[in-house]
Design a protein around this ligand. Structure first.
Ligand code: GLP
Length: 244
C-alpha cells in the first residue's frame, strides 16, 4: 500500500484529485468508481475547479457509485444520486447518461440485477473510497462473512448514528442500502481511500498499524489489493501511532 500522510484535509483532497486527474488524462474514456459521504466532498470541489480553470475534461468519462439508500428517490436530498449530482456532476462536463448510481426506488431484486450487470460491464480504473467509523466501506458492514457482489445490506446501528447528521432525525435514516460487494470493489485497477477525522482512528489503526485483514473491519481488505493508496492526515497518523 502507498500511504500519504499530509497536513490538512485540503492536501488530502489535492492528492486525491491528482490521482483521479492522472487517470482521466491518460485514459479520457475511463470508468471511475465514486464514493459519497463527507470525506470525498473536497476532492469533488477540487475536480470541479480543475474542470473550470484548467480544462480537465470529463466528456468521455463514465462513473459508477459504490452504493445507494433503499427507499430514497433520486431527487431526495440525502440520496446518493442527488449527492453526486450536486457535489460533482452538475459542476463538470460529464454526460450524466454515463453516470450510474444504483436505484433506491422500485423492486430491490431488479435494481440489484441491474447494478450487478453494470458492474460486470464496467472496468473501473480507479475506485475512490471513504471509510465508516466501524471500518465499513461502501455499505459493507463488519461481519463474519462479507459479500463478493452487489447486495442489499442492513445498515448497522452505529452507521445509522454516524449518518443521522445528514437527516432531519435519526428515524429518517434508511435501514437498508444497495452496495457494491467486496469482490467488485477489489476488481478496480486502483483503490484510493481517504480517511479523515478522529472517529476513524480505530479503523485506520487496523488498516495501517495492525498486521491484520479481517471482515470485522472491512477497510483492512484494502491491504490485499496490489494498487491501493491511503491518504490520511498527520493528526490521524499521530493518533494511531503510524510511523510510515
Ligand atoms: C456512508 C457511505 C460510505 C462512507 C461513509 C463515511 O456510510 N456509505 O461510503 O465511506 O458513509 O462517510 P464520511 O466520509 O461522511 O465519514
Amino acid at each position: 500500500m502507498q500511504v500519504f500522510v499530509v497536513d490538512s484535509y485540503e492536501e488530502q483532497c489535492a492528492i486525491g484529485a491528482d490521482l483521479i486527474e492522472a487517470v482521466v488524462r491518460s485514459q479520457p474514456d475511463c470508468c471511475l468508481g465514486l464514493a459519497t459521504g463527507s470525506s470525498p466532498v473536497g476532492i469533488y470541489q477540487e475536480l470541479a475547479r480543475r474542470f473550470r480553470e484548467e480544462g480537465l475534461d470529463f466528456s468521455q468519462v463514465s462513473t459508477v457509485n459504490l452504493d445507494e439508500y433503499v427507499g430514497l428517490a433520486p431527487d431526495h436530498e440525502q440520496s446518493y444520486r442527488y449527492f453526486m449530482d450536486s457535489n460533482l456532476f452538475d459542476h463538470i462536463n460529464i454526460d450524466k447518461a454515463h453516470t450510474y448510481v444504483a436505484k433506491g426506488l422500485g423492486d430491490v431484486e431488479k435494481n440489484l440485477e441491474e447494478f450487478r450487470a453494470v458492474l460486470r460491464d464496467s472496468h473501473v480504473a480507479l475506485q475512490l473510497l471513504g471509510v465508516g467509523p466501524d471500518g465499513h466501506i461502501a455499505f459493507n458492514e463488519p461481519a463474519d462473512e462479507l459479500h463478493a457482489s452487489a447486495h442489499m445490506e442492513y445498515i448497522d446501528e452505529s452507521t445509522i448514528d454516524a449518518n443521522a447528521r445528514f437527516f432531519a432525525s435519526r428515524d429518517e435514516v434508511p435501514r437498508t442500502a444497495l452496495t457494491m460487494g467486496i469482490g467488485e470493489i477489489m476488481r478496480a485497477k486502483k483503490l484510493v481511500t481517504i480517511i479523515s477525522g478522529s472517529n476513524k482512528a480505530e479503523a485506520a489503526r487496523k488498516l495501517l498499524v495492525e498486521d491484520v485483514i479481517t471482515p470485522r473491519c472491512p477497510v483492512t481488505l484494502m491491504k490485499a489489493h496490489p494498487d491501493s493508496t491511503v491518504i490520511i492526515t498527520k493528526a490521524l497518523a499521530e493518533q494511531i501511532g503510524y510511523k510510515g
